[in-house]
Design a protein around this ligand. Structure first.
Ligand code: GLV
Length: 327
C-alpha cells in the first residue's frame, strides 16, 4: 500500500509508516498547492497531511484509492470533511497530544502582551536601555483579571488551568456548557451570551475551531465593545478574527493589545498588524515543542496503520475524527 506524507515530519511517524508501506515524503510546502495534490494523490491509499495542505473535494475525488486522511494537526478546516464522509474516506486528527503545548503558547502570548515584552526587549537590543525608571514599560498585571475563554475544549480548559494558577477570574462560552464538576474544578463560570463575555473580559482568549459559525466571530462591532485596555489572544485559527478590524482597533487604541499565533491568510500577515502597537505576533507555533510534535507524528501515523490494517486501535484517540470532540 502507498502512503503520501506531504512533508518531512519530526518524530517516528514516517519510520512507523515506512516499516509497513511504500511511503513518499513531499518537500516542505510542495503540497500547499491543490494542483500538486491533484496530480499526485491518485495512486495513494493514505494521505498524511499538514494544515497548510488544501484537501478539497476535488483532491478527495481524485484519490481513487484513498481510504484515510490523517491530519498532522488538531484543527482540520483544511479538509473538506463533508466530501470525505460522502466518499467514505476516514479523517483523523491529533487531539490531546498538543493540548498543553498550545495552552502554553497562548499563555506565553498573554504574558508577553500584558507586560509589553516585545517592545521592552527590542528597545534594549536597540541600545535604548538607559537604566530603571518609574515609567519604564508599564504593563498590566494578570492577578485578579477577568479572562473570557471562547471555546472550552481541551485547549481552552488547559488555558483555564493556567489562568487559575495566576489567580484570574475565569469566564467562558462554549457550544455546550461544561459539567458542574468540571466548572467547579476549573473555577470557571459559564456565560451564555458571547457578547456579554466579550464586553466584560479584560482578556479574551480564543480556543474554538474554525467553522462557518466562528468565521469573523470577532468583528469590528464586537471589537468596539471590548473594554479599553482589553487584550485578545488567538491561538485557534486566524479567520476567527476579522484581521483588518483588529488592526484598526489596535492602531486606534480601542483595545490594549493582541497576541496572535494564527492569521487569516497564512503565511501572509496583514501589514497593519505588523505596525500595530502592543501586538505580539508568532508564526503559528502553538504546538511546536519537540515532545508534542513527536507525539503528533506517531499519532498521525498510527491512525493510518490502524485503519489500513483493518484493526481499529481504540487506544488511539479520535481515530475517526467524528468521534472526537473538536478543540
Ligand atoms: C495547529 O494549529 C493545529 O490545529 O494542530
Amino acid at each position: 500500500m502507498r502512503v503520501l506524507v506531504t512533508e518531512p515530519l519530526p518524530g517516528k511517524g514516517i519510520d512507523l509508516l515506512s516499516n509497513r508501506y511504500e511511503v513518499t515524503v513531499g518537500q516542505r510546502g510542495e503540497f500547499d498547492r491543490e494542483s500538486r495534490l491533484l496530480e499526485t494523490i491518485g495512486s495513494y491509499d493514505a494521505l498524511l497531511s499538514c494544515l497548510s495542505n488544501p484537501v478539497s473535494r476535488k483532491v478527495l475525488e481524485a484519490g481513487q484509492n484513498l481510504r484515510i486522511v490523517s491530519n498532522f494537526a488538531v484543527g482540520y478546516n483544511n479538509i473538506d470533511v463533508e466530501a470525505a464522509k460522502e466518499l467514505g474516506i476516514l479523517v483523523a486528527n491529533t487531539p490531546d497530544v498538543l493540548t498543553e503545548a498550545t495552552a502554553d503558547c497562548a499563555f506565553a502570548l498573554l504574558l508577553g502582551v500584558a507586560r509589553r515584552l516585545r517592545d521592552a526587549e527590542s528597545q534594549l537590543r536597540n541600545g535604548g536601555f538607559d537604566g530603571w525608571h518609574p515609567f519604564g514599560f508599564l504593563g498590566t498585571e494578570l492577578y485578579g483579571k477577568r479572562v473570557g475563554i471562547i471555546g472550552m475544549g481541551r485547549i481552552g480548559r488547559a488555558f483555564a488551568r493556567r489562568a487559575r494558577g495566576f489567580s484570574m477570574q475565569i469566564y467562558y462560552h462554549n457550544r455546550n456548557r461544561l459539567d458542574p464538576q468540571d466548572e467547579q474544578q476549573l473555577d470557571a463560570q459559564y456565560t451564555s451570551s458571547i457578547d456579554e463575555l466579550i464586553e466584560s473580559s479584560d482578556i479574551l482568549s480564543l480556543h474554538c475551531p474554525l467553522t462557518p459559525d466562528t468565521k469573523h466571530l470577532i468583528n469590528r462591532d464586537r471589537l468596539s465593545r471590548m473594554k479599553s485596555g482589553a487584550i485578545i489572544i488567538n491561538t485557534a485559527r486566524g479567520p476567527v478574527i476579522d484581521e483588518p478590524a483588529l488592526a484598526s482597533a489596535l492602531h486606534e487604541k480601542q483595545i490594549g493589545g493582541a497576541g496572535l499565533d494564527v492569521y487569516e491568510k497564512e503565511p501572509e500577515v496583514h501589514p497593519d498588524l505588523l505596525t500595530a502597537p502592543n501586538c505580539l505576533l508568532l508564526p503559528h507555533i502553538g504546538s511546536a515543542t519537540t515532545e508534542t510534535r513527536s507525539r503528533m507524528s506517531a499519532l498521525a501515523a498510527s491512525s493510518i496503520i490502524s485503519h489500513l490494517s483493518g484493526k481499529p486501535d481504540h487506544a488511539i484517540p479520535a481515530l475517526v475524527f467524528q468521534r472526537s470532540k473538536p478543540e
